[in-house]
Write a protein that binds this ligand. Sequence first.
Ligand SMILES: [Zn+2]
Length: 478
Amino acid sequence: MNKFYITTPIYYATAKPHIGHAFATIYADVIARYKKLKKNETFFTVGTDEHGINIEEKAIKAKKLPRDYVDEINSFYKKTWQELYIDYDDFIRTTEERHKKGVEKFINKLIKSKDVYKQKYEGLYCSSCEKFLTEKDLVNGLCPDHLKAPQKLTEENYFFNLKKYLPEIRKKIIKNELRIRPEARRKETLKMIDSGLADFSISREKVKWGIGYPGDKTQTVYVWVEALMNYVTILDFPDGEKFKKFWPANLHIIGVEINKFHTIFWPALLLAIGESLPKEIFIHGLFTVNGQKMSKTIGNIIDPMTLIEKFGSDAVRYLLLSQFPASEHGDIKEELFIKKYNANLANGIGNLFERIFTLAINYKQKSGKNCDDEIKKFQEKTEFVYKEKMENYLLYEALNEVFFFVKKLDQYIDFNKPWVLFKEKNPKAEKVLETLLFGAEKIIVWLSPFMPIKMEQAKKYLLNLNNQKEKLNLFPRL
Ligand SMILES: [Zn+2]
């Protein structure tokens, strides 16, 4: 059995999850479910990133202890993932003891590798970004993401010798040993490497809410550095059975804003301690709402829970993934959701299943073995393309294929008018109905990683057609 270890980014526990977080997490969930259907031994992880000054500041503002603050945010994440049927195998919080232990072991290995040195550093720091900015990054003297002035900081930090590992990382990317998709993002990574990157600090001074730097009480491990380590600490790095079995990761799903950290910094840290690199990193594009970056100031943050109340969980999974190809940047227009829901779910699959199942109930047909050649050929082509898209993590594209097939079956019904064929006792009637049942079964299988609960419902209904008293009504019209 093939193992497949897939991760989402762990999200910064400063606020409730928004649809950007939901998008990446649903994305990974669909891939994990697909791999499970293909009988891979799958391990799928999620988590929350809970340390750092930013969180300390937020907690003070909310008149809470950092611990209570992150507990609350964490519970929002867990609740949202539960509502969205995210079938993860493990959820890591960076405030857990197991994470702390793993990070200490990782840092100790880095210290042993002699790729870490102490140096005074002066720079402009944005605590909301939790990173140092250069003058070039600022717009009118402000952090462009948070619209606030960065602080001037002088501190002594431990630095990691990134430069030493850049040529090797470059080589591995070129040879696809470290695969980065889509191609545009891979080019960006190579460009960053070629532009020359400075060594980065892996510790901070005067940060209380964090993991102590081994052997130096004045320092804590830099929050984003220890956050990256979640991918191994969740497997009980370095000696755990899970680590031996599942590392290296087969796939990290991330967003474009953390590209550099995952495609360059993380591999460099792993190379320094002699561990294998993740096999592949898939980077989804930027996510805007009505043309603007989601932000509290603009007030365009969409809470997935609000969408779930309106459309139901499976529909939200579908609506988010079917907006635009993940490999591109895309814009969410909430007002388009209802149109798409009615067109593709209520009047699309929902209505198609209704038509087929009603015919099957009326004319006592249970399964679809005897399929029309025309539909069989179309189905084979759909299956081929669907599989190829799924294997390449192109979920938007895979969904499109399934919906072409949905349309095709609808046309097939309109053209053949099976209710007329049955009335006229035409010998073709049964074959037409069997063809439709065959098609419906395929759609259920293809869509089950995307809409697991609805497809399970449809499957159960189909298996027990003779005893159905009510209509399936999978996606009520809104
Ligand atoms: Zn900032």
